[in-house]
Design a protein. Structure first.
Length: 177
């Protein structure tokens, strides 16, 4: 996967995910890479975080959050992973990120004690999928689309935020292609 700078990463999210939400816009200055070491757990069967997923954390004065960006479509070589339903991938990425945060919290708790941690909140993880294909994405975008309809009211849902690369301004597309 190409190197995605903090500026390009912020531009992608701000143009696609937060287009109509200026209060949530990312500032490239506050983006940092997240190490995938803690997110990969082969022995427990946790979804392996492949190298083609970019993880960043935004730690500014507000809007602290984690983000994942995966490019998918016919330009990819790893068709096996690309064939997995995107809501399942989104759920796997979030699960790994939240498990890692809880593991970090437990480690800190043992170091400094529970009282010193104060009111602990998880940083949300927002994964988006950037789709590169002329035909457009036609797969499921919600987990509930994979279940029989009679379970829709009782099953939790996971949304995969899928955007076509053509939704980006031309100057951003040129940086990605």
């Amino acid at each position: 996967m190409m190197k995605i700078t903090n500026e390009l990463f912020a531009d992608i999210f701000n143009n696609l995910m937060f287009k109509d939400m200026p209060d949530l816009h990312l500032d490239p200055e506050y983006l940092q890479d997240i190490s995938k070491e803690g997110l990969v757990e082969h022995s427990d069967g946790v979804l392996d975080m492949s190298d083609d997923v970019v993880y960043k954390v935004h730690t500014g004065k507000k809007n602290n959050c984690q983000f994942a960006l995966k490019c998918i479509g016919n330009h990819k070589e790893n068709e096996e992973e690309d064939s997995m339903p995107l809501p399942i991938l989104a759920m796997g990425y979030a699960s790994a990120a939240y498990n890692y945060q809880l593991w970090e919290r437990e480690s800190k708790k043992q170091e400094v004690g529970a009282e010193a941690l104060g009111d602990y909140k998880l940083l949300p993880l927002i994964p988006i999928f950037l789709y590169f294909d002329e035909e457009g994405y036609k797969g499921p975008t919600n987990l509930k689309q994979l279940y029989p309809k009679e379970f829709a009211k009782v099953v939790n849902d996971v949304k995969a935020h899928v955007f076509d690369v053509t939704e980006l301004p031309m100057e951003l597309r040129e940086k990605l292609i």
